[in-house]
Design a protein. Structure first.
Length: 340
């Protein structure tokens, strides 16, 4: 055996000889049972502040406060300590194990959980956590949409061992919470059973939700109004003399090119979804009316070339008075459909 082999053998034997025996299961680290029933954990989570809400990937970033309260008779003390409360280090007593079901990334805890127990065995644990969470968004009404931001918290213990109940005092949003482009409305919370594997045990799941309303002013003035004005530009083509092909075609072409360029310019601020939003439909309505204007101008000049000037003038006059009411009706129907 070489020198290095001998050294390796000695180190291995030393490690084996010094290894402690397997410790028995610590009863205090198992979930408590109160009067033979599963431990009841009161859970509360609320948002301290938003970092952002991202419509493109349907997610939001928040910092929140998580608190758990339960009763464990094993932590009761006959003699009071300062204020009758004992602080425990994480891992020294049993605490509920929870996780964030819809977290896109590993949540960041700002510090170790603060665990305190009073002399009667009432235990509380709280921590500040930041994370990025996924949430399905219905953006069909964009930018007049209202969304529900949800944080789902699951447990590692099934309902036969542990139950959850909502702490109503913590169903709220911090009064200083703020997020750009959104108005924060009401918060709600509920507990519902969750079955992760079909046919297996159900686990309690806590669902915290906050309703937010998008502030649509930016999109109205910077997106909807310009799209509307660019579409109305094509209406000017019906006010030229029917024989003036050049200005009519130029007007329709300029409006169409401007619409295309403007849609490319605002693309960064619009969500990428598989369905049409209100803004998408508004833009398509504009494209449709500008294209219809170009087709009408073409038809007018075909009639002129065939010597049907009276017919060309009637068509132009009809289009002149029909364009705006028809466009207004289409936009109005789109708006009503979005808001209903």
């Amino acid at each position: 055996m070489g020198c290095f082999g001998a050294i390796r053998l000695v180190l291995t034997l030393s490690a084996i000889g010094s290894a402690p025996a397997t410790a028995p299961l610590d009863a205090d680290m198992t979930p408590p049972r109160v009067q033979g029933k599963p431990v009841e954990v009161s859970i509360g989570f609320y948002i301290l502040d938003f970092a952002r809400i991202t419509s493109r990937d349907e997610s939001f970033d928040v910092t929140g406060y998580l608190e758990l309260n339960w009763r464990d008779p094993r932590t009761a003390r006959p003699e009071s300590t300062a204020n009758g409360v004992t602080r425990h280090a994480p891992g020294k007593i049993w605490t509920p194990r929870v996780f964030f079901e819809n977290a896109l990334e590993q949540p960041r805890f700002h510090f170790d959980p603060v665990i305190e127990a009073d002399d009667e065995g009432r235990v509380s644990s709280w921590v500040i956590v930041s994370g990025k969470f996924s949430v399905p968004m219905n953006l069909r009404q964009f930018p007049f949409d209202r969304q529900v931001m949800s944080v789902r918290i699951g447990t590692f213990e099934d309902e036969s061992v542990q139950s959850l109940q909502v702490d109503p005092a913590l169903v709220m949003v911090d009064e200083k919470a703020f997020v750009t482009d959104w108005t924060i409305e009401k918060a709600s919370a509920r507990v519902e059973p969750r079955r992760y594997v079909p046919g297996q045990e159900t686990y309690p799941s806590y669902i915290y939700q906050v309703v937010v309303q998008r502030q649509w002013t930016f999109y109205f003035w910077r997106v909807l109004v310009p799209l509307t004005l660019l579409t109305i530009v094509a209406w000017a083509a019906f006010w030229f003399e029917p024989s003036g092909l050049q200005p009519q075609i130029s007007t329709c072409t300029a409006a169409l090119i401007s619409l295309v360029a403007f849609n490319f310019a605002i693309d960064f601020s619009l969500p990428k979804v598989a369905y049409l939003t209100f803004v998408d439909k508004h833009a398509l309505i504009g494209f449709g009316f500008v294209t219809a204007a170009a087709a009408t101008v073409t038809y007018v000049h075909v009639a002129l070339d065939r010597g049907r000037r009276d017919r060309a003038q009637r068509i132009q006059r009809f289009a002149r008075w029909l364009f705006l009411p028809a466009y207004a009706c289409a936009v109005g129907l789109n708006l009503v459909n979005a808001l209903l």
